[in-house]
Design a protein around this ligand. Structure first.
Ligand code: AMP
Ligand code: MG
Length: 504
């Protein structure tokens, strides 16, 4: 006898934050005329609703302090609902939390009332459901009930980039978040399978693209010479450009190096796992191809939980440069990797957008004085606090230590790029795209792209490559980018932009 059909099969849902997810976060939105839909909202919700029931859960904390009334919130929601309905989109319920987050109300914590109510009323499969928001409080609401949390950091939401737990995927457009959801139908299991397949591929000598906190890497078993050679072929990378080797633990570091100075121990203590690469004397275990024939090896322990888990399961150090064709802009999303290298790796692990968004700092501890060969995610100031004064590469003679990623031209978009302190001078020509650090009040034009809502250097740096790629694909004749202030991560961003702008 066949099994009876289960007519009450539970369904997956997507819970959406409102401001910064569906519409621009304009602070307190008190009337329908303040609604500005993102340009991908309609299309993305239409594609999501083919597989998911959609809910909005919006925290309107301003109601608690009387800055906005529940009636105004309802009017905005009704107007937005009508606008979406007109496009064929059905939001099953609009849940509003009118409390101040700090009050720990029942809507939000500890067990999300809204999520539980929706689950019961609509018979939801919460393990296959998702919550998209820009604030840990919102996303945690669903996670307490088994919903998978994704962070969408658009506009003002970017401010939260440093608050988001490291193991959560981050996206910068709703479309990108939805694409990830559709490709990860059972999110925890799908990710676990990708890591398992990736680890196996590495053991088999194949290439695996994976996320780190800096950029996406194209990895191979660092102790397998032919596997490492595959990286150079896939990327069209010159053989004189050594690879960074990623490790999972200090035993692997010991395996790769012949000595570890005291300064390295201190730096490792302070910054690993994290975006700091140390150049140390290599051990015979490292194949020459990895170090471009040199006597030193560059090693780092990444912070991204997916990268660490891949390393753990592979059981071997992974040599991995950025997962792009040599000389081009580095990838900060899985989509960027697929666009340039599709077909050249065995597995691509999609962990969302990279947090730091520029490559690691490369510091050599071989030689008289520590030298920053490449500025990056850990700043010179941070390093100096731990080991005292370090030199910049510029302070060295021309032919000291070749550190080949440091070619004058690198990271380059196809469109000519100019870096300047006064980008807005160019804003009268609509064929020129302008990338600025933060929005400018006077100039509001389609061809001006702001990296960060408030000029925060870390969030601006995280968006740099992504914005360069976006703009590069838009048929402008030239890109003019604002120079960062020369401090903190701004030094790394300027270094990359200057080289991206250099003539080939
Ligand atoms: P990528 O992996 O593309 O971020 O590039 C890694 C960069 O690290 C190289 O281009 C070099 O600049 C630097 N690097 C790697 N290994 C060494 C080494 N042994 N000595 C000096 N620099 C290195
Ligand atoms: Mg690179």
């Amino acid at each position: 006898m066949s099994e009876p059909l289960n007519i009450s099969e539970s369904r997956p849902a997507v819970f959406l934050d409102r401001d910064g997810t569906l519409i621009e976060d304009a602070g307190i939105i008190s009337s329908p005329d303040q609604i500005v839909l993102f340009n991908d909202t309609i299309e993305t919700l239409l594609s999501l609703q083919k597989q998911f029931l959609l809910f909005v859960i919006t925290n309107q904390g301003a109601a608690a302090s009387g800055l906005i009334s529940c009636k105004q919130i309802a009017e905005v929601n009704e107007a937005l609902s009508r606008e979406l309905n007109a496009e064929g989109i059905i939001i099953e319920e609009w849940y509003v939390c009118p409390h101040d987050r700090a009050d720990n109300c029942d809507c939000i914590k500890p067990n999300s009332y809204f999520v539980l109510e929706a689950a019961e009323k609509y018979n939801l499969d919460l393990q296959r459901s998702y919550m998209i928001g820009d604030h840990p409080h919102d996303v945690l609401t669903g996670e307490a009930e088994g919903v998978f949390g994704l962070y969408l950091l658009t506009g003002h939401g970017l401010r939260h980039i440093n608050e988001v737990p490291l193991d959560k995927p981050v996206f910068h457009t709703l479309a990108a978040a939805a694409e990830w959801i559709i490709q990860h139908p059972d999110p925890r299991k799908t990710l676990q399978e990708a890591i398992r397949d990736g680890a196996q591929a590495l053991k088999d000598g194949k290439l695996v693209a994976f996320p780190t906190e800096t950029v996406y890497g194209l990895g191979a078993d660092a102790l397998n010479e032919t596997a490492a050679a595959g990286i150079f072929i896939a990327k069209k990378r010159p053989l004189n450009d050594p690879l960074i080797v990623h490790v999972h633990n200090l035993e692997q570091l010991e395996q790769l190096t012949s000595s570890i100075p005291e300064s390295a121990v201190k730096l490792i203590d302070a910054f690993w796992p994290g975006p700091l690469t140390l150049v140390l004397p290599k051990s015979p275990a490292v194949p020459d191809i990895v170090t471009a024939g040199g006597s030193t090896v560059a090693v780092r322990m990444p912070q991204h939980p997916l990268a660490l888990e891949l390393l753990r399961q592979a059981g071997t150090p992974i040599a991995a440069p950025s997962a792009n064709v040599f000389g081009k802009t580095s990838p900060t999303t899985a989509k960027h990797v697929a666009e340039q290298l599709s077909g050249r790796y065995e597995v691509l692990i999609d962990g969302g957008a990279c947090r730091v968004g520029v490559e690691s700092t490369v510091l050599t501890l071989v030689g008289e004085k520590p030298v920053i060969l490449r500025p990056g995610g850990i700043t010179k100031e941070e390093i100096e606090q731990v080991i005292g004064s370090v030199a910049d590469r510029g302070e060295l003679s021309e032919n000291h230590m070749a550190s080949p990623g440091l070619l004058p031209s690198h990271y380059a978009p196809s469109t000519p790029l100019v870096v300047t302190d006064t980008p807005l001078k160019f804003c009268n020509d609509e064929h020129i795209a302008i990338i600025v650090l933060q929005p400018s009040e006077e100039i509001f034009r389609g061809s001006v792209f702001a990296l960060s809502p408030d000029g925060d250097l870390r969030s601006a740096a995280a968006m740099l490559y992504q914005t360069l790629r976006l703009v590069d694909g838009m048929h402008f004749t030239m890109i003019v980018a604002e120079r960062f202030p020369d401090k903190g991560i701004g030094v790394a961003a300027n270094d990359r932009m200057t080289r991206a702008a250099a003539k080939k």
